[in-house]
Design a protein around this ligand. Structure first.
Ligand SMILES: [Ca+2]
Ligand SMILES: [Ca+2]
Ligand SMILES: [Ca+2]
Ligand SMILES: [Ca+2]
Length: 434
């Protein structure tokens, strides 16, 4: 008896200790940036207290986040020493968790010139949808990606400009280049978005991927040039966090999402993702919190399911597989409405499919065909933008519900997605539910 009561008392103590210090360490076993990590502080810590903590623990703040009390910090430790430092920081009572600054990659597959040009529009019945609506400049789509070639002749007219950083200031200087944060949003001269990778105000695309996604969403229609996007008119803003090599970091992705939230952009296209360290839902909590905060502000976040040919219910990818109401996760189909061979899928994790094999769109200064869930995702983003243009009062969750409820069901997509179907934008605009 006595032994039994001692045992239960010590178990209770163990539980209490674990509860008192719930700090954890995440994602140091997947590719991440060396020499830095993200510290998520306790909810009640002020900015001054965070700074004092970082000073005391030899952490140099690189950026503070808006969606949660957290900072990206530079650490004078590398490799295994970085992991060791993360454990010691996570053990402090002021810290809820420490995350590696994880590497995120674009979900493009192959370059496949001039095959099946723009078959995708026919698949999703875009021409019939265009009889009803061709889009609106009032709808703002954040392409969080490798940047956008805002000078492309088939994109320039649909590029977004920040009214708060446009025109003349009181001294007669251009607000776009006066070195002043005229709209007081924390970013100087962000008149056409921001480059979170290089920390400048020029989100020019030096990879091509973001420009390709942008053309699918909103290449200028009926202008005698190139192609038409799902929207002939729209407002696209490039938020660059992925470099020319196709890789970015979770910290920069979070900051870009927070910018889109702050600016009140309607939709976000996220044609990228990464592998979690474990299969638990908690992974990359900071990225998830940023997307949740975007959703609370009314943003619909459309994410690629990824190109690893796998079931993401078993082996998730983030952010597509996060269980958040404001995420739409997209798989890729081909011109036969078959799942593209490369596409991930998931009865729970993938919401719907859209054309993603051999998609012809704007690329650098010209045009090219690319394949990937990266290309399927902007079809859904484009459809969401067209629906928002058609019915501006729809909320982000109503748009998601409409897009998912009006898919063309396909037997071979059943069990591989929540809807078992492929996007149909004409049916979405007509609310022609299954
Ligand atoms: Ca500004
Ligand atoms: Ca300015
Ligand atoms: Ca730049
Ligand atoms: Ca055009």
């Amino acid at each position: 008896m006595r032994t039994g009561s001692v045992l239960s008392a010590s178990l209770l103590l163990l539980g209490a200790a674990a509860f008192a210090n719930p700090a954890k360490v995440r994602n140091f076993n997947v590719p991440h940036k060396d020499g830095e990590f993200i510290v998520r502080f306790a909810d009640d810590m002020s900015r001054d207290e965070q700074i004092a903590f970082m000073h005391n623990h030899q952490l140099q703040p690189l950026k503070f986040f808006r969606s949660a009390p957290a900072a990206l910090v530079k650490v004078a430790a590398h490799g295994r020493a970085l992991s060791a430092k993360s454990v010691s920081i996570a053990a402090q009572p002021e810290v809820r968790l420490v995350e590696a600054n994880t590497i995120i990659k674009i979900n493009v597959n192959t370059n496949d010139p001039s095959y099946g040009r723009q078959y995708g529009h026919d698949k999703i019945e875009a021409p019939a949808a265009w009889d009803m609506n061709t889009g609106s400049k009032e709808v703002v789509v954040a392409v969080i990606d490798t940047g956008v070639n805002y000078n492309h002749p088939d994109l320039a007219a649909n590029y977004w400009y920040n009214q708060g950083e446009s025109g003349m200031d009181a001294n007669g200087n251009e607000k776009s280049s006066n070195g002043i944060d005229d709209d007081a949003n924390g970013y100087v001269d962000d008149f056409r978005g921001w480059d979170f990778a290089d920390k400048d105000n020029d989100p020019m695309d030096d990879n091509g991927h973001g420009t390709h996604c942008s053309g699918i969403i909103g290449a200028v229609g009926n202008n005698g040039e190139g192609i038409a996007g799902v929207n002939w008119n729209t407002s696209i803003v490039g938020l660059r966090f992925i470099g020319s090599n196709g890789e970015g970091t979770s910290a920069d992705a979070i900051e870009a999402i927070e910018y889109a939230t702050m600016m009140g952009f309607d939709l976000t296209n996220a044609s990228w993702g990464g592998d979690p360290e474990s299969e638990t839902e908690e992974d990359l909590v900071m990225l998830k919190e940023a997307i949740r905060a975007a959703g609370d502000a009314g943003n619909l976040f459309i994410a690629a399911s990824g190109n690893e040919m796998r079931d993401i219910d078993k082996q998730p990818v983030y952010p597509a597989a996060y269980d958040l109401d404001n995420i739409v996760s997209v798989g890729s189909t081909d011109s036969f409405d078959l799942k593209s061979f490369f596409s991930n899928y998931g009865k729970v994790g993938t919401d719907l499919f859209a054309p993603g094999s051999s998609i012809y769109s704007t690329y650098h200064d010209g045009y090219a065909s690319l394949s990937g869930t990266s290309m399927a995702t902007p079809y859904v983003t484009g459809a969401a933008a067209l629906l928002k243009a058609s019915e501006p009062n729809l909320t982000n969750l109503e748009i998601k519900e409409r897009l998912m409820g009006t898919v063309d069901k396909k037997t071979l997509l059943e069990g591989r997605s929540v809807t078992g179907g492929r996007l149909n934008v004409r049916r979405a605009l007509q609310a022609e539910y299954n």
